[in-house]
Design a protein around this ligand. Sequence first.
Ligand SMILES: [Zn+2]
Length: 258
Amino acid sequence: MESLFVYILSLILGAMVGSFLNVCIYRIPENVSLWWPPSTCPKCKTRIKFYDNIPVLSYLILRGKCRNCKAGISAQYPLIEATTSLLTLFVVYKLGLTYWTAITLLVTYSLIVLSMIDFRLYIIPDRFSIGLTVLGLVVFFINPAFSGNLTAKFLQCLTGGAVGFFGLWGMAIIGSLLFKKEAMGGGDIKLIAAVGTLTGVSGVISTLIIASFLGLVYYAVLFILKKNPQNKTIPFGPFISIGLFINILFPNNLLLLY
Ligand SMILES: [Zn+2]
């Protein structure tokens, strides 16, 4: 247990990071600098004042409207800020203040951005999927998912990445032969490689079970609500992300179930 101060600070810093993640979600796919220009209202182009840019609170105070032109502000902004804030608190609560907490937060923030980009545009930028795979390979020695000596830990990390990547690649090829339709994109496969280097083989299996289940539920809901008339492929990145988040916080949960 950390002190109440640490938890409150986690909520506040998390909300501020969330505000930055909103910028990332919109600017990374457009290849616009994250630092310049400062945020403006998309409608009237007025620069947003610092006091109107307080995470969550500003949206509530302004009742979701631009101070200048009263154009509606997307509810996505406060939702991402609140989600990031709560997830930061949860990670710090679960893991305490350790180096692994910092890594887990970095992974969590990356997953939020890549999920939103995949959800909007059906792409997972390589900087996230490949970036997280490399991160897993670099920090394997402090990863609580792996056990034994350094060599053993590194092998578990490497095996996880390889099984994730080649396993999914094989399944994607079989799937496209069977259904004559691309079931899983290259971005998803690279993201599963990251799941492997961060959570090992059991994490890959557990993540795939969680992601498939959530994907099916989502698909069923869209079907019932008739929200997917063209029967489009659904983005899988957000569901893989939820699976990875659960597995990084609860490593080897498949073994625990056993
Ligand atoms: Zn405006």
